[in-house]
Design a binder for this molecule. Structure first.
Ligand code: BDR
Ligand code: CA
Length: 303
């Protein structure tokens, strides 16, 4: 069973990723940390707790609240996509569980250092907590198995023509992470925009069970949905953990633009002009979208 920590900003697609991960028999979610991103960190923390309580997991998986704002860049949310609450479309009860006392960085450090096995980090929000962790506690690097993250793009961005939202939100922290020497799998827009959940998939899950109804209701509220379907970006990281064979990846060296009009761009050294022969990330470029849809339905079936 793979031990993972999810660092997230729920967020509709984060909520869907969390739902799948905490209910997956082959994934052992050790900790959930939250960060400001889609909405403020107060809201992303409450939303993580809402999902854990919905699935009766709040007493098993701790939640630690993280950074309120990026390292350098001013904070800009994405409430226009995810709604003011961050999980528009479903009325969750107010959570009774509280986040742990430790900050996300402290909780990450403790969980990683205390684990007997190396841990996989799954960041599905901006990278502030991870950047702070790696800067303050470089000893964690040896105990992180790999980082499988949703973020970035080789092609167009979704915030600017260059930048994807998670990297755009905290490019300075993203650069710390990409240069840390930890194996990274970058599941960016090149993958996630090819893996829309179709209207048929959404109708199917709505009729499966209570979990499917809830996921359907939040997913159809996503401000980026169109007639072809809706990208559940963050869920692709969990799919990759279980089905790497269904995602095409290529090793590149990735740097992050931290200033200028392309701020937040993930620059892959495709021509080997700057880092000849060296790579720091496996970059996702394609996915079997039909397999992703079938897998997602199968996950909801057992929730
Ligand atoms: C990413 O940005 C956020 O809005 C989503 O939750 C996802 O992590 C997609 O660009
Ligand atoms: Ca997210």
């Amino acid at each position: 069973m793979e031990k993972i920590i999810i660092d997230c900003d729920p967020g509709i697609d984060d909520a869907a990723a969390l739902s799948v991960a905490i209910n997956h028999p082959e994934l052992d979610v050790q900790l959930v940390t939250t960060v400001a991103g889609n909405v403020t960190v107060d809201k992303t923390t409450q939303n993580a707790l809402k999902i854990l309580e919905f699935f009766d997991k709040a007493d098993q998986i701790p939640v630690a609240a993280g950074a309120e704002q990026p390292l350098v860049k001013p904070f800009e949310d994405a409430a226009r996509i995810h709604g003011e609450s961050g999980m528009r479309g479903y009325e969750f009860p107010q959570p009774v569980t509280k986040p742990v006392q430790q900050t996300a960085v402290e909780a990450l450090h403790t969980a990683i250092m205390q684990s007997l096995e190396p841990i996989t980090l799954v960041p599905t929000g901006s990278y502030t907590n991870i950047g702070l962790l790696l800067a303050q506690y470089p000893d964690v690097k040896a105990k992180i198995n790999r980082i499988v993250t949703m973020g970035g793009s080789l092609g167009m961005g979704n915030m600017t023509s260059a930048a994807e939202f998670n990297v755009f939100t905290d490019p300075d922290a993203a650069q710390i992470m990409y240069q840390a020497g930890i194996p990274i799998v970058m599941i960016g827009l090149d993958v996630t925009m090819k893996a829309l959940l179709t209207p048929e998939t959404l109708t199917t899950i709505a009729n499966l069970n209570r979990s499917g109804q809830m996921l359907h209701d939040i997913i159809i509220s996503d401000g980026d949905r169109n007639d072809a379907g809706v990208a559940m970006h963050d869920v692709n990281t969990i799919f990759y953990l279980r089905h790497p064979e269904a995602v095409t990846t290529t090793p590149y060296w990735v740097d992050i633009q931290t200033t200028g009009p392309a701020i937040g761009e993930t620059v892959a050294d495709i021509r080997g002009a700057y880092h000849a022969g060296q790579t720091n990330a496996l970059v996702g470029t394609d996915i079997d979208a039909a397999a992703f849809n079938r897998w997602f339905i199968a996950q909801v079936e057992r929730m």
